[in-house]
Each structure stands twice: as structure tokens, then as C-alpha cells.
Design a protein around this ligand. Structure first.
Ligand code: AMP
Length: 285
């Protein structure tokens, strides 16, 4: 595995592969790898000739009050994990390679980025402007045929699909299921912030999603009933969610009834960690 720091090195390394029409898969990450990240890498490894993993903690997607400074970083560990999964290139650019002096362009995806995580009372639309801009840049730097994202960040997936469609970026987007610990907690780099007691309380998020799924499986489709079932699990753990919402996919419009493409998304603070989780309801999976 090569660890590369510059766009030029990445392009030079991949040029022969591109000439030989070898398929290139990209897995964008912010590091602190866990099995969620590795599930994307494994999928890329089975589907692509060349696997590139990017490791870049993107400052522009963090708000001023967010955890950029304390975000877990361990490149040596990530490098070893990536190498063990058969990654060909780990692209870990320094900040000035991505945002050189004078950088002054932002990619903004519209309405999708103003609700849920993008609500000004939450992370705000600036979060997704940061994500869309860095992902557009990574696509231009690497030129992948396929890029892999996790359903854990459900709204991010919708934003990136829209970005790719609206800007005609020639890349296929593949989405991998949420990887959870056996007790249900969705894996996240931010779980590292949880004490063992907080981790126990955090299980209420996945329990809330499951309660909603069971309510739908029992025949209820009314949004209020489904949300009440989820809310009861959060209440039982003393968790006040930042949001708990049903939204229609892919446009994230509001819904009164659950149908086969309804996203239930939750965000909550547990201790120092701000956690998100989601489920797609009523799709008879
Ligand atoms: P991050 O490093 O948090 O930006 O995540 C990099 C990629 O891994 C994103 O596409 C995430 O959606 C994905 N990811 C993070 N956690 C999980 C998880 N528990 N299951 C599946 N994918 C995940």
C-alpha cells in the first residue's frame, strides 16, 4: 500500500491504471477506522481493481462549536488497518494540499442541506457545504469510477447523490448498510467519547429506531404513532433528542404517513458525543 500526500502523486500513481481501464474505487473517510469504515473498504476491494481510501479530517464541515480539535486521529493505526484490507493507496493529504492559500470556492447543494443535520439549529447548511465541497474535490483529485459511502450518514448519501447528478460528475455512488455493535449501537468514531455508562444510554437511539420499525411492522403508518414509539425509548433513557424526524426520501420532504421510502433520523447528545442514527421504515427488508 502506498501512502500519498499530494494530488500530483495520486494522479501519477493512478494514471497507468486508468490507461489500462482498471476500475478505481474511492472510500472517503475522516479516519479513526472502525468496522463501519472497513465494511466500505471491503466492498470496494471486492468490486474494484484499485482501491483508494482518503483520510482527511475536513475542517470546513465542522462548526465553530464542534469537535474538530478533539476529533480522534491515529494515522499509524489507520494505515495498518487499511493495509490489512488490501487497500492500494491511502491518500492522506495535509490541510494545505486540500485548501491552499486563497482557496475560495464552495459547492452548495440546495434544499436537502437545510433540514435535519443542515437545520440552522443543528449543524447548519454549512456542514453540508463543507462535505459537498471536499467530496467534489476528492472526486476531481482521484477520478474514481465508484465511490463508497455509509448509510449511517443517510442525509450525506442523499446530498452526495444530488451533487453528482446536478454537476454531472462521472462516478457511481454505492451505499453500504449501517454496521452496528452486537448490542445495536451504530459504530462511529465519536463513540470513543462515551464513558461506559454513556454508552449504555446511547443504546436508546437504536432501540428507538427498532421500536419504530416494530410499530410499522404492526401495521401503523401514522407518523405521530411511529414517532411516539421511538420517543418513548429515548425518554426511558433520559435522552432529549436534537431531532427525531420522519422524512421522505430522496427529497427529505415532511411526511404524515410512513411508506416504503421513509427515513427515520435521530440525533442526540450523550455526554460529549453527538450521535446520529437512522432507519428506513416500511421497506419490507
Ligand atoms: P467518517 O470517517 O465518519 O466521515 O465516515 C466515512 C464513511 O464511513 C462515511 O461514508 C460514513 O457514512 C461511513 N460510516 C461511518 N460509520 C459507519 C457505520 N457504522 N456503518 C457504515 N458506514 C459507516
Amino acid at each position: 500500500m502506498k501512502t500519498l500526500r499530494t494530488i500530483r502523486e495520486v494522479r501519477e500513481t493512478l494514471a497507468p491504471d486508468r490507461r489500462r481501464e482498471r476500475s478505481i474505487g474511492l472510500v472517503p473517510t475522516m479516519g479513526a477506522f472502525h468496522d463501519g469504515h472497513l465494511s466500505l473498504v471491503r466492498r470496494a476491494r471486492t468490486e474494484c481493481d484499485v482501491v483508494v481510501v482518503s483520510l482527511f479530517v475536513n475542517p470546513t464541515q465542522f462548526g465553530p462549536a464542534e469537535d474538530l480539535g478533539g476529533y480522534p486521529r491515529d494515522e499509524a493505526r489507520d494505515r495498518a488497518l487499511a493495509e490489512a484490507e488490501g487497500v492500494d493507496v491511502l491518500f492522506a493529504p495535509p490541510i494545505e494540499e486540500v485548501y491552499p492559500e486563497g482557496f475560495d470556492t464552495t459547492v452548495t447543494v440546495g434544499a436537502l442541506t437545510t433540514v435535519l443535520e443542515g437545520d440552522p439549529g443543528q449543524r447548519g447548511p454549512g456542514h453540508f457545504a463543507g462535505v459537498a465541497t471536499v467530496v467534489a474535490k476528492l472526486f476531481n483529485m482521484v477520478g474514481p469510477d465508484v465511490a463508497y459511502f455509509g448509510q449511517k450518514d443517510a442525509q450525506q448519501v442523499l446530498v452526495i447523490r444530488k451533487l453528482v447528478r446536478d454537476l454531472d460528475i462521472p462516478v457511481r455512488i454505492e451505499v453500504c448498510p449501517i454496521v452496528r455493535d452486537p448490542d445495536g449501537l451504530a459504530l462511529s468514531s465519536r463513540n470513543a467519547y462515551l464513558s461506559s455508562g454513556e454508552r449504555e444510554r446511547a443504546l436508546a437511539l437504536s432501540r428507538a429506531l427498532r421500536a419504530a420499525e416494530e410499530t410499522v411492522a404492526g401495521g401503523a403508518t401514522d407518523a405521530a404513532a411511529v414517532l411516539a414509539a421511538a420517543r418513548a425509548e429515548l425518554d426511558a433513557a433520559g435522552i432529549e433528542p436534537e431531532y427525531l424526524e420522519l422524512r421522505s426520501m430522496p427529497d427529505l420532504s415532511e411526511v404524515n404517513r410512513v411508506n416504503g421510502s421513509t427515513l427515520l433520523a435521530v440525533a442526540a447528545r450523550v455526554g460529549k458525543a453527538r450521535l446520529i442514527d437512522n432507519a428506513i421504515l416500511g421497506d419490507n427488508k
